[in-house]
Design a protein around this ligand. Structure first.
Ligand SMILES: *[C@@H]1O[C@H](CO)[C@@H](O)[C@H](O)[C@H]1NC(C)=O
Ligand SMILES: *[C@@H]1O[C@H](CO)[C@@H](O)[C@H](O)[C@H]1NC(C)=O
Ligand SMILES: *[C@@H]1O[C@H](CO)[C@@H](O)[C@H](O)[C@H]1NC(C)=O
Ligand SMILES: *[C@@H]1O[C@H](CO)[C@@H](O)[C@H](O)[C@H]1NC(C)=O
Ligand SMILES: *[C@@H]1O[C@H](CO)[C@@H](O)[C@H](O)[C@H]1NC(C)=O
Ligand SMILES: *[C@@H]1O[C@H](CO)[C@@H](O)[C@H](O)[C@H]1NC(C)=O
Ligand SMILES: *[C@@H]1O[C@H](CO)[C@@H](O)[C@H](O)[C@H]1NC(C)=O
Ligand SMILES: *[C@@H]1O[C@H](CO)[C@@H](O)[C@H](O)[C@H]1NC(C)=O
Length: 400
């Protein structure tokens, strides 16, 4: 009896590690993997929402919002920009072994009353923020009571936007910080080759405004490649010194250490729910994002999981740092949306991007049409908040 228990326990311990092991060694054998995940999801109480499949659901987007939501960037309104196929809006994410709780805007508004929700990261983070605003706005009868605190319009040109939900005394904020760290002029004595540096040991100065938020959703990754850094004369700096040989991976890893140390020193573990979203996949065929890559031929999700690429290095670093922060009363999570997003090669604006885009301009196969894939990310966010009883004890920490 005792021995059996030991076997069962070691199986439980081995299972996650073998899944990890297999995903490195045999990244392509997804069917095998998903069977394991299904098994795993039944063992623990918590279900793994990151693995599943897209199912056709005629009723799906209507329950959330539509393209007339006033908070949508013109670049994400694909139908209004001429996209004719409508299928991309009708797929619902179905995790193996459980269902995602139905998104309830009024419930989330109530839980977030008097609070602040902060999104920080790159433009895909803004994509998710806009989706979140529209989902939440469904719980408000009069959308004129939702406004930007400085009266700014929602455009991609603003670095900071805060939408106030008047009735709930709540704000949902967006901060553009593609590298999370400070990017600026190099030190005076550096070589002419260096036009800008990313200061890996200093979090963006916007971070002073993140303190005290109830929910924080970070993302980073798309700018961490050599095209957008070293090849455009942007090098990495630490302690006033530019390091001319540090590569992008190592720099990204160090930026996450800076982020972790900032969070542990500046956030209140009892109050804040912290998320770091995983990498959002791009789908460029026959070219790169700036070299004629395309995705407008895609009208359906990928249905062959074997064709899915391996885990991006960003996720490996992010999930590692997040795990190091999961102690005491900290509520820090890796929001793993990479697999579900990589299947959605049909979900991008492609050539139906913002009005006024010249005909020969590159297609947008990195952001997502809205309503669309980021709605699912927000559903998973909501599910996690629910499972941790967000808003019941944390709204008034002083009096409670
Ligand atoms: C993210 O989820 C996918 C699908 O479940 C999984 O294969 C992958 O290992 C996860 N990534 C991390 C870093 O946990
Ligand atoms: C949504 O939440 C509100 C407030 O908590 C509740 O009254 C309502 O029944 C919920 N709606 C659904 C469809 O679950
Ligand atoms: C609004 O929320 C803030 C905390 O974010 C709180 O200090 C203030 O008292 C609240 N105002 C009202 C009218 O409840
Ligand atoms: C909606 O809110 C705005 C701003 O508070 C107000 O001027 C308007 O009268 C409201 N409309 C309705 C139908 O209540
Ligand atoms: C530039 O100045 C910093 C700080 O004074 C010093 O540590 C560094 O070695 C100098 N770098 C070069 C290339 O001279
Ligand atoms: C630059 O960073 C690399 C790690 O990527 C390190 O090995 C090297 O020592 C650093 N160079 C200097 C001059 O600090
Ligand atoms: C990519 O190019 C090849 C060869 O020119 C062509 O056969 C294929 O249809 C193209 N794929 C897409 C998605 O445009
Ligand atoms: C909320 O606070 C009450 C009283 O302090 C406590 O009994 C309960 O377990 C707390 N709930 C959560 C989810 O922390």
């Amino acid at each position: 009896m005792k021995r059996e228990l030991t076997y069962a326990l070691s199986f439980l311990v081995l299972l996650p590690s073998s899944i990890l092991f297999f995903s490195f060694v045999y990244p392509l054998d997804r069917q095998f993997l998903s069977r394991f995940a299904l098994l795993a999801s039944h063992i623990g109480e918590e279900c793994d929402h990151s693995i599943g499949r897209w199912v056709w659901d005629e009723t799906y987007p209507q329950q959330l919002y539509d393209e007339n939501c006033p908070f949508l960037d013109p670049g994400f309104r694909c139908r209004q920009n001429g996209r004719r196929d409508e299928g991309y809006r009708k797929w619902r994410w179905q995790p193996y072994g459980c269902d995602i709780p139905r998104f309830n805007a009024s419930d989330l508004l109530e839980r977030g009353r008097n609070g602040r929700i902060v999104f920080a990261g790159d433009s895909v983070g803004r994509n998710q923020w806009e989706s979140f605003l529209c989902m939440l706005a469904k719980g408000v009868s009069n959308t004129s009571e939702i406004y930007e605190v400085n009266g700014n319009p929602i455009t991609k040109h603003k670095g900071y936007l805060a939408m106030r939900f008047q009735e709930y005394n709540m704000t949902v904020e967006y901060y553009r910080t593609p590298f999370l760290c400070i990017i600026g002029r190099p030190p005076l004595n550096s070589s002419n080759q260096v036009r800008r540096t990313i200061k890996l040991d200093q979090l963006h100065w916007y971070s002073t405004r993140w303190v005290g938020a109830d929910v924080l959703i970070f993302n980073s990754g798309h700018w961490w490649n050599s095209d957008k850094t070293i090849k455009s004369s942007t090098y990495f700096q630490e302690g006033g010194k530019v390091n001319m040989t540090m590569n992008v991976k190592e720099a990204f890893r160090r930026s996450l250490e800076t982020w972790k140390s900032w969070a542990l020193h500046n956030l209140d573990p009892r109050r804040s729910f912290v998320f770091f979203r995983g990498f959002s996949s791009v789908h460029y065929w026959n070219g790169t994002w700036n070299g004629g890559g395309l995705c407008d031929v895609e009208t359906e999700p990928e249905n062959d999981p074997k064709r899915i690429e391996t885990e991006p290095f960003h996720n490996i670093f992010i999930s590692r740092v997040v795990k190091q922060m999961q102690y005491g009363s900290w509520k820090v999570h890796f929001l793993n949306i990479t697999y579900l997003s990589v299947l959605r090669k049909d979900g991008h604006p492609s050539k139906y991007r913002e009005p006024g885009t010249p005909p020969g301009a590159p297609e947008d196969c990195s952001h997502w049409c809205l309503p669309g894939v980021p709605d699912t990310w927000n559903e998973l966010l909501y599910a996690q908040l629910l499972s941790e009883k967000f808003g019941f004890n944390n709204s008034f920490p002083e009096s409670g």
